[in-house]
Design a protein around this ligand. Sequence first.
Ligand code: ARG
Length: 699
Amino acid sequence: MTDRILMCAPHHYDVDYVINPWMEGNIHRSSRDRAEAQWNQLYEVLKTHAEVVLVEPQKGWPDMVFAANAGLVLGDQCVLSRFFHPERQGEEPHFQKWFEDNGFTVHTLPESLPFEGAGDALIDRAGHWVWAGYGFRSELDSHAYLAKWLDVEVVSLRLVDNRFYHLDTCFCPLKDGYLMYYPPAFDDYSNRLIEMRVPEDKRIVIEEVDAINFACNTVNVDRVVVMNKASEALTKALGDRGFKVVETPLTEFLKAGGAAKCLTLKVNEARQATPQSSTIESRTILMEGHLLDSGLVNRALDTIVAGGGSFQVLSFDLGKQRQDSSRAEVKVSAPDDSVMGDIMGQLVDLGAVTMPDEEAAISAALEGVVQDGVAPDDFYVTTIYPTEVCVDRQWLRVEGQRMDGAIAITQDKGQSVAKCKLLRDLLEGEEVVVGSKGIHTIRTAPSLKKKMDDFSFMGAGVSSERRVELVVDQIAWDLRQIRDRGGKVVVTAGPVVIHTGGSEHLKNLIRGGYVHALLGGNAIAVHDIEQSMKGTSLGMDMKRGVSVHGGHRHHLQAINTVRRHGSIAKTVEAGVLKSGVMYECVKNNIPFSLAGSIRDDGPLPDTKMDLLEAQADYARLIEGADLILMLSTMLHSIGVGNMTPAGVKMVCVDINPAVVTKLSDRGSVESTGVVTDVGLFLSLLVQKLGKLTGQYAQV
Ligand code: ARG
């Protein structure tokens, strides 16, 4: 069967606007005469190999010359284009008329669903599918319509280089299953798809020089390939595979971003395909909260695109006032189920939830634990945010929320219970949530918002020196409030607190009733006790700032003394330890937990060298905390951060901005970083609290 090719004469062709990078700088720069001549030459060449039919060009629609964008034809069915840019939308009725006059059944897409015809959809010459591009002009969701209307399998490829904005600018299926293409124009996933479908010996990979001469924009009739220009290497590569290259210059059309293939549309595509469907998946998600302030929508949309999917914002309700929360409905599409799974996993962590009407169908997937302490491969990893899972069509709130855990579903008196569990605590036979379906993380629960408001001016940020005082004011105010309403403040502190002279102030905070648990390592206790007993901190005289003769032994002597008495509390009881942070804890019944590490001297008898035990102890003391004050300890602060659910305020003070950033990067609005000397911070804080209670330095 002779190929029948549709073309449109360039009588009204010009570069009138810029809708692709090739048109930039070329407005009205093309010569109509030369364009006519080049077009005629192409027309003559094609007529020797195929039948050419014409559609009437229309004044005011200069790009209509690019007939490839009229629609996609298979058999007697045609999917009409819906142009992305208004500049070309006026071409649609003219093409539609031609298709109808010529006996095609014309399918039209929903108005908001762009698809640019054979520019973005190419029928594989040997295979039984349509390759379809998305990313710039055509919307991924249009591919599902192609599959349905043309009853053919659609393989979606994502374009990532805007110079190659249409699939036919960088991808050209050829006779006998060959494929000429430019791989860098596609994302990795698409490249893998191509490699899976086309055997290596059939792939003709072109170089950038040929790509920018639009070599892929080729009209292939049998063994002849007609193109603007081919390098010697490409001519040879094609020749070796039995293809004859016919060059015909189309430089005037390159100025509008098109060449040979763009100027044509094959309208007698035989249906040889076995009916198939596409694998495209779509889901509608809902996001609610302070979407703009928090940048969450941007992140969600970026996540979708970076993950290889595409989106349509169905609605976006901003609210009327600053304090109103906003609401967005977004349709997410992905080329297949596994890509959708990855994208949804990330979206769920950003607080997205599947639309209510779809929820019924979306119960979380569960998989049984087959070995104690080991989760199924695809287990859902928890975040710090309150989370709900849908089990048997019922949403359950996850208990014991923390990050980096798994969600175990257990039965309690005939009821399903969802618990956040560490891997090591999983038991054989328990069911664990896998994948990302049926999970909802709550980013802005009312309680979180409330806390955010009274802490608002600090936001989630790192304060510079100038802001330290303001921040201290706010923290002092908060400590007062929490103390007075019987709340809970946990302090995690490193030995730097002692070296920088902060112990005096920390002692005052404990005495004043502002601290309800203390977490740290062996070192803070050792240095505090050394200072109380010997007046030095790691051998330095704390008053004079000079090292003391034989001082390097002091901390070991302190450890030794406590070891003799059996514990810190017993050393206090014996009247041997008479002051300091640890002394105040014992005297004021403030529970403390010391977690050991590889570098510990001693250790003190109180230090837990079994780290699992120490983690459990920390977790117990953090429970119910309203605020956690993290003072110069990266190790213990991050450890504590990992165990703490969203909604607990965290104030991280460290001279090293990296530590502070790391903690505030949890992304929760309640964490505040203060980059400053911890001794200075504590002294300011105590002073401020003193003012609040009307007593200087007495808190
Ligand atoms: N200026 C036209 C546009 O940007 C060029 C179209 C090229 N056509 C194609 N099938 N690649 O829409």
